[in-house]
Structures are given as C-alpha cells and as structure tokens.
Design a protein around this ligand. Sequence first.
Ligand code: GDP
Ligand code: MG
Length: 443
Amino acid sequence: MMSGIKTFNLLQHWWILSSGRCLLLRPTVKICQILTVHVQAGSFHRFQRNSHSTSGNIVDNGSDSMQYVVSMVLVKEKSLKIVETVGAFQKLPMVMPSADILSSALRKARNVTATKGIANIAKRERNKGAKQLDALMKELAVPLRVYIEKFPKKWNLHPYERSLIQLTFGDGSYEEVLKRVDDMRKILLSVGKQHASLCAQSLSKREAGERFTEGLKKLEEVFKLHQNSVDDLLNVAKTLRAMPVVDLQIPTLCLVGAPNVGKSSLVRILSTGKPEVCNYPFTTRGILMGHIVINFERFQVTDTPGLLRRHDDDRNNLEKLTLAALEHLPTAILYVHDLTGECGTSPDDQFTIYKNIKERFGNHLWVDVVSKSDLLQEPVDTNLEDENDDVRRYKAFGPEEALWVSVKTEAGISELKSRVKDLLISQMDRIRGGSCNHGECQG
Ligand SMILES: Nc1nc2c(ncn2[C@@H]2O[C@H](COP(=O)(O)OP(=O)(O)O)[C@@H](O)[C@H]2O)c(=O)[nH]1
Ligand SMILES: [Mg+2]
C-alpha cells in the first residue's frame, strides 16, 4: 500500500531518533494519517528537525515522555487497485522508429503556410517561421506523449506481467525508458517554444529566416541527441508484445521440482497434443508455456528447468519465472520428485526445496509425483513412522500420497492422467467460482 511506504519512511526517522514508543493510527480517511509518537525528551528536537513535512503540537502527558501528535496531509494516496486481467502487452501502441518520426515531422512542418492576409513581408515571414517551428515541435512531441500515456504504468499491470517486465528488463529499466522519452518530450517543447517565440519577434525578413533556420537546427539536434530513447521504447514494445500470452480463465498446470527430475518427460506423456514451446526474452532456453490436451480438454502448462536449493535472491530468471507463475497465476501444481539420486539434486536438497515451496504455495491444488520409478526399489515399510524421521521417510516414499510413475515403463501414468485431469477440473471450478486471484487460491 502506498500509505504503508509513507509510514515506513516516517518510522525510519523515528527509529533512528528515539527509543520511545510509536503508535500508528490509520484512519479510514485516506489522505490523512495520524502518527502518535512518544518521544523521549532528549530526542525530540532531532525528531522535529527531521520532520519537515509534519506539523503538530506537544502535549505534556505528565510522564517522562512527551506525546507528539503529528497530523500529516499526505500526497494524494494512489490506492493500488488489484488488476485481474492480463494482455496489456498485446495492447501496447506501435512505436514509430525515431528516424520516421523526425522525417514525417519535418515534412508536415514544411507544409505549414503563413496566416492568410499578412501583407508585410517581414511579418509574413516571421509568422510562417514561428508557425512552422511550432508545428515541428508538436509533430515531434505529440507522438511521444501518446506513447507515454498508452504504455501502462507498472502498478496498473497484472502482477504476473509486472514480474515479466522485471525479469526481462531488470529493476526500474522499463520506467527509466519511459521517463527518458518523457524528458525528451519536455525538452523538445521547451526548445520549440523558445525558438518559435524568438522567430515571432524578428524585425526583418532576413532575421525571421535566420531565426527559423536556427530553431529548426536546434530542434533537430535535440531530437537526434535523444532519439535512442524512442528506439529503446520501440524495442521494449516489440519484446513485450512477443511474450507468451496466458489466459487466466483456463487452468494452468505448473510443473515444479528440481532440474532433471523428469518434468518435461511427464508433460510430453501427459499430453495428447504436442506441447508448444514459447520463448521468453530473458532466456535462450525453450520454456514450455503452452497448451496440453488431456482427454480432449485443453489446458495451459508451464514447465521450466527447475528450482535449486538456494535463496530467492540468488535464483536465476527461470526459477523466478516459476515462482512468479505460482504466485500470480491460478495454477495447479504437479510437483515432481526424483528419489534416484541421478538428477543432480540430492533427495535431501529436494526435500528442503519442497518444504519451502509447500509452505509458500500450499493453498494451490497439488499433486505429488515420484518419477523414474523404474529405477527405484520398492520401498520397504520400515518403522519410520515411529522414528518421526521426515527426511528418511521422504527419501524412501516421497511425500505422503505421492504417485509413483515411470515414463519408461508407463507405470502409474494412467492414474496420473486421471489425477491431473481431476486437478485441472477442480482448478476450473475455482476460477469460475472466483476464489482464484493472482494464484492465491483458497482451497
Ligand atoms: N529411467 C527413467 N528416466 C527418466 C524418466 N523420466 C525422465 N527420465 C530421464 O531423466 C532425464 C531428465 O528428464 P527431463 O524430463 O528432461 O527432466 P526435467 O529437467 O525435469 O524436465 C532425461 O534423461 C530423461 O530421459 C523415467 O521415468 N525413467
Ligand atoms: Mg525440462
């Protein structure tokens, strides 16, 4: 929440300054917040010095601390609306290459004539020059304004699309490109206005001609200096438009597990159609974000190389994509476990990853699968229950109720197909029942 951020800033001030108590009240009135702070007597002055944007009064409440009531009128709060649709990238405006904007603007400006009926040559010349410079400025600046208006602000995007922007361009780059284009627009307006005005004040035909040429040169120069911002925006639009499209109304099966555990092999065997492989711009590896057909029903599927045992900050973009899909899309999870020890991630590490994912996304519809059963011994029913040894039980059986399957012998596959189909149909019910927002499905 926007107000949360404001509050956080205030609290930062306070934490530095005081060991006293802080109470934050959030009234329903959105533009106003009241922060009540008990400040130790000695630290009050520093607090006051650091709080330029606050006003208030001291109330001596008779104890060794003073109560300082800060009434703040905050900048208009933008309430973050929850965006429930995707598809913004397909609606992006077509950005013209910068060279085309410039040549088209120059051509249009050249066709502008002086206002009719001005008999005096000098007046006519300066009128024409000023009008042409004004037209050139507008022809250059207006398309940029349209782009800025039509490119969605990040907070207006569905969180999954926001994640895709983040993964593709990195932190803040999308906004930075838009800002550069807006800055360029402002400079063009300022330079254009200044030179059109100079031209309009010319005293002779020659002076008007010179000032016009000077203005034209300056506008062209400024445009060329910044034109790569427009071309960068064009590339941003191209990249985003080419992203795989997801449909929030169709259930998505998300394959999760460590790399090489057999996820893609399962997708292939589960699907009667050929799964489509789409490309995300942040990786050269083919990622499956396509459709599968199970028993004549069409579902979406995402399959990435897999999650490793590491902290979220250290994850690569493909791992982050899996997490973003789980977090923001109404997905059902097919979690694949390889207990053979051959996939490169030990069963111990797989257990750690599994626990973490289950903790975070346990509210999703879920099926656990132990893969490559052809390579595994029948588990012996030892006394693990008594030992209460989760890891050892996991290593022998996989998670509770996991289905043992083999792509090689097709053992367990028909049962898996029917479990996955039931899972996706339940997912469809959740979507239709409206209990799925951004992947947070309440079961
Ligand atoms: N023996 C055996 N090998 C399998 C089975 N499933 C997958 N594999 C092998 O395991 C390796 C990794 O499989 P893949 O589907 O690419 O794993 P992913 O990285 O999780 O998508 C490949 O060499 C597969 O042939 C299985 O049921 N039995
Ligand atoms: Mg794979």
